[in-house]
Design a protein. Structure first.
Length: 560
């Protein structure tokens, strides 16, 4: 039962987003590998796929052939069970296996297949890892612009998911590309950002790696003191974590720095130490070649030309052997393949453009014919519509003229009626004024009665009776006058009340009578008030209407 229990544990680990083997401690990876190889024979079916992929992943740097073996089995099972996620992982494991074995064309093909699947799935972690792997592939074969494109895409994803640790790795990768392109100052800007982030996680091997890269950049731009400081700091960390491979690189780089500084003794000591460590490492040919080259420069600097030539020959022969046996032909094949694919893509693109141009010409011709036909139909339709609309317009025009004539007659009739009523109202006002004047005269007459003569007094009293009868009729006329005013001047009354809501009823009544062009005396007679009261009222009204002394009150009221 124990193996089955372990299988379930490892399935749980491997269903998460892929973790790069380079992010892990080598000792921990070896322990995990031993456990996986123990339980793998007991696993079957779909549950076996993630275990196979994890074993393949751990074998990347240990034994790439094993990576290919286990990844192939994982790929077959993932296809059988239609597991796209594990298929993408198996393909990138195969890509890594072939990349470590320098089969770049095969690695590229598998990496692009993995990229297509992972774009479809949309897992940012897995997608970023595949892009990063393809970036290193192009970096290894010297296509730095293409490598930069993939690593920049990787950085964008890491920034989007706010994975600060992997952002640091991307900065370091982009820095290495700029260094190999010859822009060490730009490379240093990325290395510095990478180092700042890596210090947060205290990942010593990563910190040592970036410090080494910075030291190399400073050495290339002849900032030798900075170069020495960073390389020695990186060496201290590598000694702490016992990273012998990184230590060999650092010792070789430090020997170059000390050689430039003129410390030949230190240079030779570092080269010897590096050489001693190399002898205990597998696959050390490239380090040995570099060590021979630096040793040749050392002997040249101290004037031992025989040893300098001997070491340079060893360097040249070993380098030629490495590249003839391994990378030289494969890099050439890869570049040829890449250029052929690029050329084929360009030809296909040109062919597609020609086809599109032909289709555009055909479409334009057909479109032109259809446009002419449609234009003719539209013109005919518009002509018919114009004829119909003209007939409708002529008929409507006749009806409008007749309607306007009728409305004009009605308006004239209304104007005549209004004029008649206005004259009637004015006449009534004049009539009331006259009768008021008569009433005042009668009052004066009463005051002048002679009470000593009885016969004469009787005559005067009879006369007064008649006058009072007249007075009652007069009050009815005043009432009728005000009623007519309210009717005929209703619109004016509405406007003045709306515009000047602070006016009193007496103010409005006075405004109407002034608008009717009644004199102050006539207004006094109609309202049975003194002439002085009318003048005061007019003055108060002008003030409330904000009129100057030069403004004509009648014209102002007519324009309200």
């Amino acid at each position: 039962m124990r193996p089955v229990f372990l299988i379930l544990i490892f399935i749980g680990f491997t269903t998460h987003a892929q973790t790069n083997i380079w992010d892990e401690n080598p000792n921990d990876s070896q322990i995990e590998l031993d456990s996986l190889l123990t339980i793998l024979p007991y696993s079957t079916g779909k549950d076996k796929i993630p275990l196979l992929n994890r074993v393949a992943e751990i074998y990347w740097s240990i034994n790439p052939d094993k990576t290919i073996e286990y990844a192939n089995e994982a790929l077959q099972l993932s296809l059988e069970f239609n597991d796209k996620s594990q298929e993408g992982l198996a393909l990138i494991n195969l890509c890594q296996g072939y990349l470590f074995n320098d089969f770049y064309d095969k690695a590229l093909q598998l990496g692009l297949q993995s990229l297509e699947i992972r774009k479809e799935i949309g897992n940012d972690y897995d997608l970023a890892f595949t892009l990063r792997t393809l970036g290193w592939l192009y970096y290894d074969i010297g296509y730095f612009d293409k490598a930069l494109q993939y690593h920049t895409e990787t950085l964008k994803i890491h920034e989007r998911i706010d994975d600060r640790q992997r952002i640091a790795y991307s900065y370091n990768s982009i820095g290495l590309i700029h260094e190999h392109k010859g822009d060490c100052n730009l490379a240093l800007s990325f290395f510095k950002k990478s180092l700042e982030l890596k210090k947060e996680f205290n990942n010593k091997d990563r910190i040592a790696e970036t410090m080494k890269n910075m030291g190399i950049c400073y050495r290339k731009i002849n900032e030798l003191d900075y170069a020495k400081d960073f390389l020695e700091s990186s060496l201290d960390i590598s000694n702490q974590i016992k990273d012998l491979q990184n230590k060999v690189d650092i010792l070789n780089e430090l020997s170059i720095v000390n050689l430039k500084l003129g410390d030949y003794k230190k240079c030779y000591s570092l080269l010897s130490e590096s050489r001693l460590i190399m002898e205990g490492l597998m696959d050390n040919k490239e380090w040995v070649v570099e060590n021979d080259r630096i040793l040749s420069d050392y002997y040249l600097a101290i004037g031992d030309y025989k040893e300098a030539l001997l070491n340079y020959k060893k360097h040249a022969e070993a380098k030629s052997e490495i590249f003839s046996n391994n990378k030289s032909e494969k890099l050439t094949e890869m570049r040829t393949l890449y250029e052929a694919e690029r050329r084929e893509s360009e030809i296909k693109l040109l062919e597609q453009q020609r086809n599109l141009e032909a289709q555009k010409r055909e479409s334009l011709l057909i479109g032109s014919i259809l446009s002419v036909i449609i234009a003719i139909l539209v013109i005919v339709s518009l002509w018919n519509n114009i004829k119909k609309k003209k007939a409708i317009y002529d008929q409507g025009n006749r009806l409008s003229k007749e309607k306007l004539k009728t409305q004009s007659l009605l308006r004239e009739n209304l104007e005549h009626k209004l004029e008649f009523r206005m004259k009637e109202l004015t006449n009534l006002a004049l009539f009331i004024s006259q009768r008021t004047s008569i009433y005042k005269d009668l009052t004066k007459s009463l005051k002048g009665l002679n009470f000593t003569d009885i016969n004469q007094l009787k005559k005067h009293i009879n006369s007064l009776i008649k006058e009072y009868t007249f007075k009652f009729d007069f009050n009815e006329d005043i009432q009728r006058f005000h009623t007519n005013v309210e009717t005929l001047q209703s619109e004016f009354l509405f406007r003045i009340k709306e515009k000047y809501p602070h006016l009193t009823n007496k103010d409005i009544q006075l405004a109407v009578q002034v608008k009717l062009k009644l004199s102050s005396k006539e207004i006094a007679n109609i309202n049975n008030i003194s002439l002085n009261s009318v003048e005061i009222g007019r003055h108060r009204l002008r003030k409330k209407l904000n009129l100057n002394t030069k403004d004509n009150l009648v014209s102002f009221l007519e324009n309200i």
